[in-house]
Design a protein around this ligand. Structure first.
Ligand code: ATR
Length: 269
């Protein structure tokens, strides 16, 4: 019998997840069906439970439901607990297991696809909301030399840094405290891009040869990619590779096989 999966979010019509998982399934000869579901903003819990009760095997969860899906889980991975949010659900015998593969997706895209060397790197993570929280532990596990979390609201950055102190040292600060610091990698995990804005950071905070990474993607360069290019970034990347890599981690969790991501990233480009 064909196993059923779906991605749930709101909005959802532009999600690339069905195309990504269809490509993985074809490549690895897995018999699955993968749909998109528009989650109800008030009752998404019912939508998820209904899909599971109907025999669904698993789900991907996207904006704005990752925290609410977390609350539905019976058990979860350590990285999901750290993130306080899940993007992957596994349903088995009325049991709901949650995982968060976003951070692993980011690290794999940067480290494996683009060969960024994390060890000894000075990293600036912009934002202290759900997106930043979801990638913090996997970033710290790469043992960078320095990881600074900078947020428009400084107190949230301080709190996030303090919450992950057991994994590795991170420094929290406000966006306006970044003067006279240079970073080898600046990751944009803010929601500023939704309104075509860029977080206001000093012009000189990207080191010579430094990279920028925007966790979102678009058909044209994102505002933060444009910032990177204008400020001399050696690489100014968007989040398409992260999207495919986080999907591959979910697929691996569900199906027990690791798909080849490179042809899928190329197809989407
Ligand atoms: P997400 O789950 O996408 O992270 P969120 O939890 O609402 O969404 O967090 C949004 C993040 O983007 C926050 O860090 C927010 O900063 P504040 O905590 O100060 O609100 C940040 N953000 C949103 N718009 C921004 C802008 N125009 N410039 C800088 N940061 C912005």
């Amino acid at each position: 019998m064909t196993d059923r999966y779906a991605v749930i979010g709101n909005p959802i019509e532009h999600s690339k997840s069905p195309a990504i998982h269809a490509a993985f399934a074809a490549q690895t000869q897995q018999d699955i069906q993968y749909d998109r579901i528009l989650g109800d903003l008030e009752h998404v819990e019912d939508d998820i439970e209904e899909f599971a009760a109907d025999g669904g095997s698993g789900m991907n969860v996207t904006v704005p439901f990752k925290e609410r899906a977390y609350d539905l889980c019976d058990t979860m991975s350590e990285r999901a607990r750290d993130a306080g949010a899940v993007n992957t659900l596994v349903f088995r015998d009325s049991h709901v297991y949650g995982d968060n593969t976003d951070g692993a997706g980011l690290v794999r895209d940067l480290g494996c696809n683009h060969r960024f060397d994390f060890v000894g790197a000075r990293i600036l993570l912009l934002g202290a909301g759900g997106a930043a929280r979801g990638v913090l532990r996997p970033l710290l596990e790469q043992r960078p030399d320095r990881l600074v979390i900078a947020n428009r609201t400084a107190t949230k950055a301080h709190a996030l840094a303090a919450a992950t102190a057991t994994v590795g040292p991170a420094i929290g600060c406000g966006l306006d405290e970044l003067h006279n610091q240079a970073f080898d990698l600046i990751i944009n995990a803010t929601a500023a891009g939704l309104s075509s804005q860029v977080p206001s950071i000093p012009d000189d905070c990207l080191a010579d040869g430094g990279w920028t990474y925007d966790m979102v993607y678009a058909s044209t360069a994102t505002a933060f990619q444009a910032w990177g290019r204008a400020h001399g970034a050696a690489r100014a990347l968007d989040g398409l590779g992260m999207l495919v890599e986080q999907a591959a981690e979910s697929f691996q969790l569900w199906r027990g096989v690791q798909p080849d991501t490179a042809p899928v990233i190329a197809m989407l480009r």
